[in-house]
Design a binder for this molecule. Structure first.
Ligand code: ACO
Length: 323
């Protein structure tokens, strides 16, 4: 059977780093509160000349370099984002143009923080369905543009950045030992809309709006949803937590990551945590975490890696792949 195998990965971060202490003059907060409640120590914040498209392009170029490919080799670009450069056209098409790519096709995917997991699962279906051979999957966000910088309960949590993977079709045996995407499980439920949303949009207010979140409510649901979808993925693949080499969760809150890993029986040393460095970068958080763990030599070819995310909607999902 055809498998979607990772050939390369890359990341890009805005130049400016904002430390927790930098918020202390802006809103009533402290480094201690932010670290204790979230594990976040710093985040990158985009300057005016840094956009979802420019960061996505930089991450895509890094992923292509690491794959030893050029844009000419790519058939499809899927960009996971909730902060597109424009309402339309899709920012994926803008990135396609920035890469000098005038063949193939590109589209955006919107599942908030779960976007990258949705996009990898979707790319896998395009590859296995024979519609594409090599896909650039990008998660890129500039959440700093939709934050209410006077709301301490949200503005300290998010950051900007981008990450990307190149997936390529390869023949596999149909076994768990194959490289590539092995199983995926996706969920959503709109009943939770008001717990995490943006209070504007083209069809309602005609404005972009600002992020609003009932953090405690999101927290309450997060661990249960994350563990359900991971257990479904384990069931589909016929594995247990012990078989995993690496768990790369969405980086929203260290306490959610720790509680999910504990409930699933995933050993602490197998969990990749980068929320301290990047904050919550929504659809960019999983590929950014992957880029850190690949660069420092933790994730290696042949490792069994579990990706997971949960976000606005609510949406949630998991992808199991062998690197
Ligand atoms: N600094 C200091 N105090 C603060 C801050 C801050 N930055 N923010 C809130 N507080 C205060 C609150 O006002 C509250 O004060 P009160 O008790 O006087 O009312 C107190 O701290 C406790 O607030 P809680 O919201 O109960 O704090 P909690 O421990 O739940 O932590 C947090 C808040 C970090 C937001 C947590 O609930 C969380 O991580 N939620 C989940 C977020 C998440 O996972 N999002 C998922 C995806 S995001 C996406 O899809 C876009």
């Amino acid at each position: 059977m055809i498998r979607s195998v990772v050939r390369g990965n890359g990341a890009a971060l805005p130049r400016r780093i904002m430390k927790n202490a930098d918020f202390e003059g802006m809103v009533e907060t402290s480094d201690e509160w932010i670290v204790q409640r979230t594990g976040i120590r710093q985040r990158h914040v985009a300057a005016d000349d840094e956009t979802t498209a420019s960061l996505g392009e930089a991450a895509a170029r890094a992923a292509l370099d690491s794959a030893g490919m050029t844009p000419a080799d790519i058939d499809l670009i899927i960009l996971a984002t909730s902060t597109p450069n424009n309402t339309f056209p899709a920012t994926a098409v803008e990135i396609q143009n920035r890469l000098g790519m005038h063949h193939g096709f590109a589209f955006d995917m919107q599942a908030v923080c779960s976007g990258f997991v949705y996009a990898v699962a979707t790319a896998d279906l395009y590859i296995r369905g024979g519609l594409a051979k090599r896909v650039l999957v990008i998660g890129s966000e500039t959440f700093s543009r939709i934050l209410d910088w006077s709301d301490r309960s949200t503005c300290v949590l998010f950051g900007d950045g981008a990450g990307a993977l190149v997936l390529e079709a390869e023949d596999g045996a149909g076994a768990i030992t194959d490289r590539g995407v092995l199983a995926a499980s996706l969920r959503s439920d709109g009943v939770h809309k008001d717990k995490l949303f943006v209070d504007g949009g083209p069809s309602t207010t005609g404005t972009v709006g600002h992020l609003r979140m009932e953090g405690r409510e999101v927290f309450k649901h997060a661990v249960g949803m994350i563990t359900d979808v991971i257990e479904a993925t384990f069931g589909e693949a016929g594995i247990t937590a012990e078989d995993l080499d690496w768990f790369v969760p969405h980086q929203a809150n260290k306490r959610i990551i720790d509680a999910s890993a504990k409930k699933l029986g995933i050993a602490e040393e197998k969990v990749v945590v980068t929320v301290d460095l990047h904050g919550n970068t929504s659809a960019a958080s999983v590929p950014l975490a992957l880029s850190v763990a690949v660069a420092d030599g933790r994730i290696k070819k042949g490792d069994l890696v579990l990706l997971e995310a949960m976000g606005g909607g609510f949406t949630w999902g998991a992808v199991l792949l062998r690197w």
